[in-house]
Design a protein around this ligand. Structure first.
Ligand code: PLP
Length: 459
């Protein structure tokens, strides 16, 4: 605390930040003319910055994470108590909160059976890729090693995760990438790629076409977000998931669902895939698992997948030869357990459904009022509004205008997000992912701020 006390003057904190911190996702040249934003405090849906300004956070910590809201003493206490008792022991050892959380989690995921812990969404997905590759080596004679991913989806920031990035601007400067990652088309009906009636089925059939082109004996896994997040909040069209499941079954392709954003209540059910009745082979999760109170991610598999790593106990190469050093921290599952209790006891899934409907209907009203809103979509408290210069051509608005909407909301004290970069493959979609505790007033204040911003920026 001494270091913090030495710096209780916030202007000194901001200067230390400007001098020494390399922020995520920003061109630092900007900090020569504006101050870096330092968030000092949070309570419920609100945060305060170093200048004392209050903001209503409509993006749960910037990247759809703080599902149960800020300032939860019970999570802090659970983590504190656990850390004093036993903070860490990794390798082959388990922990008390790790065991209990795994059991509770699996109870919410019928058909799943095993939880592998690590620290970030990227890592959780990398574990899937490594498991798929090991299965290919040991059970398919080196075949079935390719991993299919979808245009516009995102699975993380490490090099192999970026090899499966459906958002080119995230990957384009970081190649070369490992082999064996193959892209399939996105399923955003608003930006149609096929002029057909059953769009969902058609978009899924495009996956089958890729499997047939690559050779079914080479394809081991398909990874998909249940609802695509950073690619523009894409809710898959009707019929999509049913057909995807059929295709995976037909070609013996393992289905991995990336729940890093959708998981733990965001869409109004525990996991996004449960909206669609699908049976995955892998599920990964991170952000909402402990709502950012501790670092934790999980790679969850079925017993059938797990069994493939026990086939020959005499062979030292048969088990999963992987470790995540901090996957052994007990703070993660201790926080996750309390996070889960809060969601259950406060009825937050129910609230998410209700507030999600309210928010979607408010956004639909904005679409009626502002012709720049070309499409609105969402599931639970995970919503997007796509901005277009022309509804007929669907030409995206200028990126700077989309950013001006975000800046205007910020000036009104409401933090929203946008997927806009004027780079290949993405459009300007305003993104909302408020905490699952949002009230009707919070929702209305968020959409009112967007309403005012759209009027000021577009007239
Ligand atoms: N998967 C999805 C769908 C994501 O949105 C993200 C991050 O935003 C990741 C994976 C990577 O998670 P992390 O940043 O924790 O590595």
């Amino acid at each position: 605390m001494e270091g913090m006390n030495q710096m209780n003057d916030m202007s000194a904190v901001v200067e230390a930040d400007r001098a020494h911190v390399w922020h995520h996702l920003i061109q630092h040249k900007q900090f020569e003319t504006i101050d870096p934003r330092v968030i000092v405090e949070g309570k419920g849906m609100k945060v305060w910055d170093a200048k004392g300004k209050e903001h209503l956070d409509a993006v749960s910590g910037g990247v759809w994470t703080v599902n149960v809201g800020y300032g939860r003493e019970s999570i802090a206490n659970a983590v504190r108590d656990q850390l004093i008792k036993m903070n860490y022991f990794a390798g082959a050892a388990g922990s008390v909160p790790g065991s209990i959380f795994a059991k509770r989690l699996i109870e919410k995921m019928p058909g799943m059976s095993r939880v592998y812990y690590s620290n970030s969404g990227s890592e959780a997905n990398e574990k899937v890729y490594k498991m798929v590759r090991q299965i290919a080596h040991r059970h398919h004679g080196g075949k079935k090693w390719k991993i299919l991913y979808r245009d516009r989806d995102y699975h993380g920031t490490t090099i192999a995760a970026l090899a499966s990035a459906g958002q080119d601007q995230r990957a384009m400067q970081y190649g070369p990438f490992p082999d064996g990652f193959v892209r399939v088309p996105h399923c955003l009906e608003y930006r149609k790629q096929w002029d057909v009636e059953n769009y969902g089925e058609r978009a899924a059939d495009a996956i089958e076409e890729v499997i047939l082109r690559e050779g079914p004996d080479t394809v081991g896994c398909l990874i998909l977000e249940p609802v695509t997040a950073g690619g523009g909040v894409i809710v898959p069209p009707k019929g999509y998931w049913e057909r995807v499941q059929e295709i995976c079954k037909k070609y013996n392709v393992l289905l991995a669902i990336d729940e890093v954003v959708c998981g733990v209540g965001r869409t109004g059910v525990w996991f996004g895939y449960q909206n669609y009745g699908i049976k995955p082979d892998f599920v990964t999760m991170a952000k909402g698992v402990a709502s950012g109170y501790a670092a934790i991610s999980c790679t969850v598999t079925t017993e059938a997948v797990f069994e493939m790593f026990k086939d020959d106990p005499t062979d030292p190469m048969s088990y999963f030869r992987d470790i995540s050093t901090f996957g052994g921290c007990t703070s993660g599952p201790a926080a996750a357990l309390e996070n889960m209790r809060i969601i259950e006891d406060e009825g937050l899934l129910d609230n998410t459904v209700k507030m999600g409907e309210r928010c979607l209907s408010n956004l639909q009203a904005l679409m009626d009022k502002h012709k720049v809103v070309g499409d609105v979509r969402g599931k639970g408290l995970f919503l997007g509004a796509e901005l277009v210069a022309d509804r007929a051509t669907k030409e995206p608005v200028d990126e700077k205008q989309a950013q001006a909407v975000v800046a205007d909301c910020m000036a009104q004290g409401v933090i929203i997000g946008v997927t806009n970069r004027s780079l290949p493959g993405l459009n300007n979609t305003l993104c909302l992912s408020p905490a699952l505790i949002a009230t009707p007033d919070d929702i209305d204040r968020i959409t009112d701020a967007i309403d005012g911003a759209l009027t000021r920026v577009f007239g």
